[in-house]
Design a protein around this ligand. Sequence first.
Ligand SMILES: Cc1ncc(COP(=O)(O)O)c(CNc2csc(C(=O)O)c2)c1O
Length: 461
Amino acid sequence: YEYDRPLMKTQVPGPRSKELTKQMGQIQNNTAINFFCNYEESRGNFLVDVDGNRMLDVYTQIASIPIGYNHPALLKVVSDPNNASAFVNRPALGILPPESFVNKLTEGLLTVAPKGLNRVQNMACGSCSNENAFKAMFIWYRNKERGTSIPSDADLSSCMINQTPGCPELSILSFSGAFHGRTMGCLATTHSKPIHKLDVPSFDWPIAPFPRLQYPLDEHVRENAQEEARCLEETEDLIVKWRHKGMPVAGVVIEPIQAEGGDNHASAAFFISLRKIASKHGCAFHVDEVQTGGGATGRFWAHEHWGAEDPADIVSFSKKLLTGGFFYRDEMETDKPYRIFNTWMGDPSKNLLLAEVLNVIRQENLLAEVTRTGKALLGGLYELQAKYPNLLSRARGQGTFCAIDICKASVRDKLILQARDNGVILGGCGDLSIRFRPALIFKEHHVHMFLNVFSDLLAAH
Ligand SMILES: Cc1ncc(COP(=O)(O)O)c(CNc2csc(C(=O)O)c2)c1O
């Protein structure tokens, strides 16, 4: 049902996109808009814009389109009259859930529950999932510290004016290069670009170094292990230091692959050691799978590659799962209503679509496909890196969740725009990287479409 190749009619953005962007500028900030899209005509791996340009999409709405545009299975969900109510009557799920909701969660989200986590709370996006996961960790920590979930009178009166003990001096440990969202708590744990944080007050929470590894990983095992050991030692020192400062770390949050920060990888041993350090110091361990979750690394959850029996206390998700939320273990459950809460607490219509996405992933064995396609993509990147060593370096990836570094940010930015004018949509991350975030239906022939365009651009550079 998808197109067989890109088809370009104008430069991007074309005249219609430019006109619409100008109009949008009268309504809201339009400075991040790339171009306007024709979502009705977009299919599979191909995004069509309002000027009729048909492009191979290797970025998929910042890694949030799981099985391509207008997938027939999803269109069927929307057109099924039995689902109409879920699209029309949006419930306040925390107080008035629909009869079917228990089954929908059991048959949908809970079928992909991470190891050791058998509870799930839906939210709307990555940031609000992480915000509420942070709150769950703080509440858990204080109940443990207090020895009871019954607050004192001092707790109740002081929290109303943002003071201790009711508003405790606790912290979340995050990592340099992390991205966990743009709302206040998440922003305090996000350290990827200044523009994300500028002008917004923040917290004095500890920021640990994330390993800066050399690639290919299997050719730099010793030096990478030393770098990871250094980071683990500094992380544990920070946890101790913040306890002595009277701001104990209630939780550690980390991405399995730091995406916004530049597709920074670390070994399974690093994450397993980190999880042990967190447990040793009584900190919860929160794995943020908003960008890595949903199958792009070849496993449904990127943290599955660690092979850990007890990987996390909380795993947050959004993007490819079409709905936000977080999985958590029993003891992270809050003891009273309205503590982790908002009006909608998710959206049942998105759960319907997700259930169908999971069916397609299983029926079409897409995780194995992603692993196979990823090998072709990474192999092609290695070949280009060998051919253009002055332009390219640090090809890396897991599944199709790949990236490569370009010699200069200005050259990276120019290559992304040139690729788009040649029918391939790419995204950047970090200072120098191009990141690949195709849908799970991206096949080897799509890899070759990309490599043909990219190698021609490199040759002409
Ligand atoms: C690991 C991780 N955690 C949390 C978030 C926040 O999710 P949203 O709030 O954007 O849905 C994200 C969102 N990713 C993202 C990519 S570009 C971007 C932006 O706001 O510019 C955001 C993420 O990658």
